[in-house]
Design a protein. Structure first.
Length: 140
């Protein structure tokens, strides 16, 4: 596949009560998210199966015109009995689905910063270090 036709993707690492979530957002040619992939737990485990099911539902929602805000609203405040503090000290991740919310929020925030930079309103040095520890992008 030619690099001109390759879709951009970003993978975000989030610590959750169920382990580390690697959440990838794939963008279409216009830069809109069109697909997500979650990796958490061992391959073939119940947790991995649940993550794949949630991914497929998010992907279906994207294909039907839903946006990131719709997904954030649907998955927000889903919790387990074992919430944890994430990379950011003030952030409590309440479940693996809440980890998806954290990852999508980080993605959305980075897209906003990217657009502001394109317009000349933000330099690379203007990024707040605390924001970068919210969730860690590991592939751009």
């Amino acid at each position: 596949m030619s690099s001109n036709n390759a879709n951009k993707s970003v993978t975000i690492e989030v610590e959750t009560p169920d382990g580390v979530l690697y959440f990838t957002v794939v963008e279409d040619n216009s830069g809109r998210p069109c697909r997500v992939i979650s990796i958490i737990g061992k391959s073939g485990s119940s947790l991995a199966a649940w993550a794949e099911a949630v991914d497929q539902l998010i992907n279906l929602a994207f294909s039907k015109g839903a946006g990131i805000n719709d997904i954030l609203e649907a998955l927000s405040n889903i919790s387990t009995s074992k919430p944890i503090r994430s990379l950011r000290p003030t952030l409590v991740v309440k479940s693996a689905p809440d980890g998806i919310v954290v990852a999508l929020s980080a993605y959305k925030r980075e897209k906003y910063k990217e657009h502001v930079r394109m317009l000349g309103g933000l330099s690379d040095t203007d990024d707040n270090e605390e924001d970068s520890t919210y969730a860690r992008s590991i592939i751009s």
